[in-house]
Design a protein around this ligand. Structure first.
Ligand code: ADP
Ligand code: GLC
Length: 486
């Protein structure tokens, strides 16, 4: 066990298995667990949304409650703390019917802005109330970005102000931007934080993420390549200049996955479990089961391509839509799992109709189905326009499914391209955001699969053996914590 022990409070808006809409939820679950192995005490603070399944709600224990001043006109709000200790991690749920009684974590900015102004302050107030003063407060994305701002202003005279803060960027596209008077009202933060180097942007709006990036002690993002990309105008989402200014405290640490949660040898959602020694025949059985359950033609020999994704512009779905007709050659099947923008949901529904038996579009969020697709598909598509890290390509590799990705962000850092001359690499990649290049990458994958199965099978086993766990990255986080508080 590395010395010395460090205490860390994670603050974020979602955490698997309580509530998850994407990779942030996975990281909030898996990284704290990995940090425990790095001799850290971790407490995770998230909202107590109504949608958290009852089986978890009923295990929560009342830890205390108080009223907290929040708004500029003195309006105060109830803050309840419900606690659940599980597997060495303490989860504290911030309870407030008015903000979180709604159901889903995110609705629209009109509701979300006040909700996360409240949450950031309530999380700090809860730590103070519990008298748990961590070495580091580790905040995640815009929903927790006001934490460092509150800490260095309104909590400046409390013991908590000894803590250092890290703000991790999981996705810069969402920043929590609203007009200044509204954010002033919902935070009562002093006027001086609304200056152009902190919260204010374009003289008119307040940007919560921007303020947090200024006030935190350290910024991290979820891959090295994305850390560089966000300092350029194309990927910077209008904050590239701000990030270049703060680049001295910006680090990239690539995500991992929880290899116990994603374990083909124990995964009870698969048709048959497998490991590296029997993956080749058993993956075929999973493919068969997938085809049967989804109503696809049952054929061991077709090439099955999976796509598991939020259906939004980020994910490169316009490229996929543009090339599906060229991909459907009678020897290929496509399985889509996702929800999101109506435009993409409808286009995938259309392709299912047009290629009945070969394309299956599952327009839904379904954990169990995701597991079966990871196991039963031969390849997984991740052609993102931008991708801070991406977890689906990591899960795919762990399940012996070959990723086909665009070389951006974490995809570039985790999927070394296959080289036919050295017969080494983990997947197929393309660089420019063009449908023709995606099609070319898919065709290269198919060519290897159909004409050189021996090399393909070797890659399947190589991918399964590849270390995609949190181990190394959790160690890097620990080093940053130590650098902040020696
Ligand atoms: P992002 O956070 O941008 O959505 P990631 O690749 O980091 O992308 O994480 C996505 C996570 O959500 C993965 O665990 C993936 O398996 C899961 N996921 C995405 N869409 C679905 C879905 N429709 N059903 C089940 N799981 C999904
Ligand atoms: C974001 C990003 C994704 C990343 C995830 C977890 O949702 O879009 O690339 O893997 O956060 O860090």
């Amino acid at each position: 066990m590395p010395d010395p022990r460090r205490s860390v409070a994670f603050i974020g808006s979602e955490c698997y298995p309580f509530v998850k809409t994407g990779g942030l939820g996975d990281v909030m679950y898996a990284l704290p667990k990995a940090l425990i192995d790095q001799n850290c005490d971790v407490r995770v603070i998230i909202p107590r949304y109504k949608c958290i399944p009852w089986k978890y709600q009923e295990k929560m224990v009342y830890r205390g409650a108080f009223n907290m001043d929040l708004c500029a006109d003195g309006r105060s709000f109830y803050v309840g703390i419900m606690e659940y200790v599980w597997d060495g991690v303490v989860y504290d749920f911030i309870d407030n019917e008015e903000f979180f009684g709604f159901g889903n974590p995110y609705t629209n900015l009109v509701d979300d802005i006040p909700k996360f102004c409240y949450f950031a302050k309530a999380a700090l107030a809860a730590l103070n109330y519990m008298n748990w003063i961590p070495d580091v407060i580790h905040c995640h994305d815009w929903q927790a970005a006001l934490v460092p701002v509150f800490l260095r202003t309104m909590f400046g005279n409390t013991p908590l102000s000894n803590a250092k803060t890290i703000l991790t960027i999981h996705n810069l596209r969402f920043q929590g931007v609203y007009n200044i008077p509204t954010i002033k009202y919902w935070t009562n933060l002093p006027d001086y934080v609304f200056n152009k180097d902190a919260l204010t942007q374009n003289w008119l709006d307040a940007n919560m993420f921007k303020g947090g990036l200024d006030y935190c002690d350290m910024i991290t993002t979820v891959s090295n390549t994305y850390a560089g990309e966000i300092q350029t105008p194309f990927y910077g989402e209008h904050l590239d200049e701000h990030l270049r200014y703060h680049s001295g405290k910006l680090y990239g640490i690539v995500n991992g996955i929880d290899v116990n949660q994603w374990n083909t040898a124990t995964d009870d959602k698969l048709a048959v479990q497998y490991d590296i020694s029997n993956v080749l025949p058993r993956k075929k059985e999973n493919k068969h089961a997938l085809q049967e359950r989804l109503g696809l033609w049952q054929d061991d020999h077709v090439f099955v391509i999976g796509l598991i994704s939020r259906l939004t512009d980020q994910k490169g779905l316009d490229l996929v839509n543009a090339i599906i007709p060229q991909v459907m050659d009678g020897h290929t099947q496509v399985v889509v799992l996702g929800t999101g923008d109506a435009q993409y949901e409808n286009s995938f529904r259309h392709y299912e109709e047009a290629y009945k038996g070969s394309v299956c579009s599952n327009i839904m969020y379904d954990e169990a189905r995701a597991h079966l697709i990871y196991a039963g598909a031969d390849a997984l598509l991740v052609p993102s326009l931008f991708e801070p890290c991406g977890l689906t390509q990591l899960i795919a590799m762990r399940y012996g499914t070959i990723p086909i990705v665009r070389e951006t962000g974490g995809l570039k850092d985790t999927v070394a391209p296959y080289n036919q001359y050295t017969n080494w690499g983990y997947g197929f990649t393309f660089d420019r955001y063009e449908p023709g290049l995606l099609l070319d990458a898919i065709n290269r994958a198919k060519t290897l699969y159909f004409t050189n199965r021996w090399c393909w099978d070797e890659m399947v086993q190589r991918d399964m053996a590849n270390d995609v766990s949190w181990g190394k990255s959790a160690q890097q986080y620990r080093e940053l914590y130590l650098r902040l508080k020696p």
